[in-house]
Design a protein around this ligand. Structure first.
Ligand SMILES: NC(=O)c1ccc[n+]([C@@H]2O[C@H](COP(=O)([O-])OP(=O)(O)OC[C@H]3O[C@@H](n4cnc5c(N)ncnc54)[C@H](OP(=O)(O)O)[C@@H]3O)[C@@H](O)[C@H]2O)c1
Length: 341
């Protein structure tokens, strides 16, 4: 069977992992890479001598016969580059946040439909053996009807990113779009049976008086129908990378924990405990969990979707919902009030 040919745009900290993931997936070929600086292109050539390396993604789109284009660029470039990729008729795997604004997300969903292309968004936690097992247990009724979820991340400060884009509001949008976006996506996924969220209240602060919109601490309460709610909380003033999800339901509860020296570690520690009646049981996981592992699953899922139309793990519509959720949380912070949907 012919390999699915990937073109990768962006070879920074996360793009390098995308490249490794593509080359590790059976049935996928890393045909071409595009990045901006001489240094990142030299690194791409050294790491992947079989891939052609470009400085201009439009040149790559013209010259290469690609099935999928994978965009791992600073977030402000997602929309414009995605439009060009879809206009070239290529299936698209787009990193989160899908775009910085809702209008842009709407257009991408519409353009993908118009050009007959798949549009997948990089919420890879859905493919995790740990966070996915939580979803499975909830859906199987292991805790009864879920009533409450806390999803919390404690970590070190964000990296600057190439050219400092992550600390530039115009380029990053806001920091809720960086990582809490994943947790909003998880909460909605876990509470799917309860229906769509109805409102959010958020609060945040930070240690940069000159840049009050770059929040180091962020918390939000997301309300679901029938009084169920999820708390999303993150601090960038901690150390390493430690995430928990705690859920309680009408007949049980569970705790999932993940920790590592950094988010991209290959050696994480993780555990999942389910509490039923009066005892807690350790739930075994089939595989290691961590974003470097989930990325491989994400590429596999993309290959299956292109090949036989299997469903995408996270669609453009899901990505758009998460962006909207982050923007509503920012609106709540700014106005100090609940935002109803
Ligand atoms: N799903 C997840 O868990 C996850 C994790 C991490 C990041 N992300 C997302 O992935 C994206 C990239 O993040 P990152 O941490 O990899 O950023 P990064 O380290 O700053 O890398 C960005 C890359 O884009 C390249 N680039 C910039 N402008 C370009 C252009 N016009 N044409 C071609 N290449 C260009 C940069 O090239 P130079 O280095 O040569 O300047 C660099 O290689 C962001 O949207 C981020 O939110 C998602």
């Amino acid at each position: 069977m012919a390999e699915i040919r990937f073109g990768l745009i962006g070879y920074g900290a996360w793009g390098g992992h995308h490249a490794r993931a593509i080359t590790s997936v059976e049935g996928a070929e890393l045909a071409a890479i595009c990045s901006r600086s001489d240094e990142s292109r030299a690194q791409a050539t050294a790491d992947h001598p079989g891939a052609r390396v470009y400085a201009d993604y439009r040149e790559m789109l013209d010259a290469e016969s690609l099935d999928v284009v994978d965009i791992v660029l600073p977030s402000d470039l997602h929309y414009v580059v995605a439009c060009d990729v879809l206009a070239a008729g290529k299936h698209l795997l787009l990193e989160k946040p899908m775009a910085l604004g809702i209008q842009e997300c709407n257009e991408l969903v519409e353009r993908a439909r118009h050009h007959g292309c798949l549009l997948a968004v990089g919420h890879e936690l859905r493919l995790s053996s740990l966070w996915g097992k939580v979803k499975q247990l909830v859906d199987e009724g292991a805790i009864g009807e879920p009533l409450y979820a806390l999803i919390e991340l404690w970590r070190n400060p964000y990296r600057q990113g190439s050219g400092g884009w992550r600390y530039d509001l115009k380029r990053v949008g806001n920091w809720v779009l960086e990582e809490p976006i994943h947790f909003f996506d998880l909460a909605r996924w876990y509470f799917a049976r309860a229906g769509e969220p109805v409102s959010v209240y958020a609060q945040a602060n930070g240690k940069r008086p000159d840049r009050p919109h770059l929040h180091d601490n962020f918390s939000a309460i997301v309300n679901f129908p029938e009084g169920r709610y999820a708390v999303i909380s993150q601090s960038l003033l901690g150390w390493e990378h430690h995430q928990v999800a705690k859920l309680t339901g009408t007949s049980g509860s569970l705790i999932a924990r993940w920790g590592g020296a950094m988010d991209r570690t290959f050696e994480p520690i993780h555990s999942l405990e389910l509490h039923e009646g009066d005892k807690a049981v350790e739930v075994p996981l089939e595989k290691k969990s961590g974003e470097v592992y989930e990325l491989v699953e994400e590429i596999e899922s993309m290959v299956r979707a292109v090949r036989d139309g299997s469903p995408l793990a996270c669609t453009g519509e899901d990505g758009r919902w998460s962006v909207a959720m982050c923007l509503r949380a920012c609106e709540s912070i700014e106005h100090g009030r609940v935002v109803n949907f």
